[in-house]
Design a protein around this ligand. Sequence first.
Ligand code: MEV
Length: 322
Amino acid sequence: MPAISCSAPGKVILCGEHAVVYGAPAIALPVFQVSTVTKIFAHPQDPTGTVQIIAPSISLNSPVDSLPELNPLKVAVDLVMKEFHIDHIPACEIRIQSTLPLAAGMGSSASVTISLVRAVSTFLGHPLDNEVVNRIGFEVEKLHHGSPSGIDNSVITYTMPVFFQQGKPIEYLKIASPFTLIIADSGKKGSTAEAVAGVRQWRQMNQPHFNAWLEEIRKITLQIKESLEIGNLEAVGLNLTLNHELLKASGVSNSELDALVTTALKSGAAGAKLSGGGLGGNIIALVNKEQAPAVVQSLLACGAVKTIITDIPASSGNQAKK
Ligand code: MEV
């Protein structure tokens, strides 16, 4: 029997990360240069009925049943079975291969979950629709990050640029002019859970300052949305850099990320900021397509360990479909 194969991309947050956890809107984009692929090979002759799960990037090779109850991969499989009202799946080998960097702000946990959920449901004969995949993705993100907003699982499920706000229907973003982003990895790992906990603590200690910060980021995200809708990339760039300054104030940047942002701006980027949880991971820089190679060279010279150039196409935007 041929293997089932389902993939999911990575993501970057364009603006509004952290604030999105407290109800502000944020914008996220899928990144197709990195992905997770889950393949499932049926083992119909296996008398033991074992469902073996193999994920080399986290050195995992184990029967699903032997994983701890709250292991995110096990929970993802369990939640798919729950959708099907079954308590076991036929013997098989589930292989998860990901090119996403771990703890780098590119949505590795959500990408793994979404590809796994799609593959298991396809293996069971009925691929789940996006709404259910996204719901399961969100449940599993809670195990990884404690109090996620849901933006990572949403952009990775719907694979479109999204304007996301907790509790509201997901909006596809209207983008009038295509643009180019450089994603540069600082090489330092950054735990999203730790970064989110740090911001929460800052909020508890300094509520008025936090409220003003939240309001500023909300405005910036709305301005970026409007600027994308009319193709004013200069304004997008300026607001991205302002967003970085605000993230810095909340304590989620570090010297490597700040240095990469400064370098990107000095070498001609229209705007730059850290992206995702922070404390490490990636920065993004908005550039002219022609400038991209020169900015990449400067970022590598400044210590970036890897860069991706990604072109975001124009899109018409509307409400996400099931
Ligand atoms: C992580 O990609 C984005 C954060 O805002 C956390 C979240 O929204 O769940 C830092």
